[in-house]
Design a protein around this ligand. Structure first.
Ligand SMILES: [Zn+2]
Length: 154
């Protein structure tokens, strides 16, 4: 779905050249952070077995494990990088990378206002959010319609 050539160039040891990322290009920053953390955690002689990078239930999922035996600490660090990538992906539009939030419109996806397709922010992600994206509520156009069309009810 997305090639992420910049990331493949930046992390040639971590990402197989034929890897097909099953998520949108907006998550490049999130993946860049993820691979940076993995590169820092992985011992230099150990390779990463990157199996799948995909979008599921709106957020970013990574299936990866160290190739060969590593210390428990390394496993923990990779797990942590995965969890952080998942949680960061909720804040960036999957399409363009601008600040966004989880939308719920028949299915879940993360989008900025421009790519939201009219879907409001899903309420669960708003708690404690200090982002610039505010939920659009009843202030939209259309409320004045009954005054302009002469649709009197009696
Ligand atoms: Zn967007």
């Amino acid at each position: 779905m997305t090639e992420f050539l910049n990331l493949k160039t930046k992390y040639p040891d971590l990402i197989p050249i034929r890897m097909d990322f099953e998520c949108g290009p907006g998550w490049e920053k999130v993946l860049d952070k993820y691979f940076g953390e993995v590169a820092a955690a992985l011992p230099s002689e150990t390779r990463l077995r990157l199996e799948r990078v995909y979008e599921k239930y709106g957020s970013l999922w990574v299936d990866a494990m160290p190739e060969g035996p590593v210390a428990n600490l390394v496993h923990l660090a990779l797990d942590k990088a995965e969890v952080l990538a998942d949680s960061r992906s909720y804040r960036y539009c999957e399409t363009c990378g601008e600040p966004g939030g989880l939308r719920d419109k028949h299915w879940l996806y993360v989008a900025c206002e421009a790519h939201a397709n009219g879907a409001p922010l899903s309420r669960q992600t708003n708690a404690g959010s200090n982002s610039t994206v505010l939920p659009t509520n009843m202030m939209g156009p259309g409320l004045g319609r009954c005054h302009t069309e002469g649709e009197t009810s009696d």
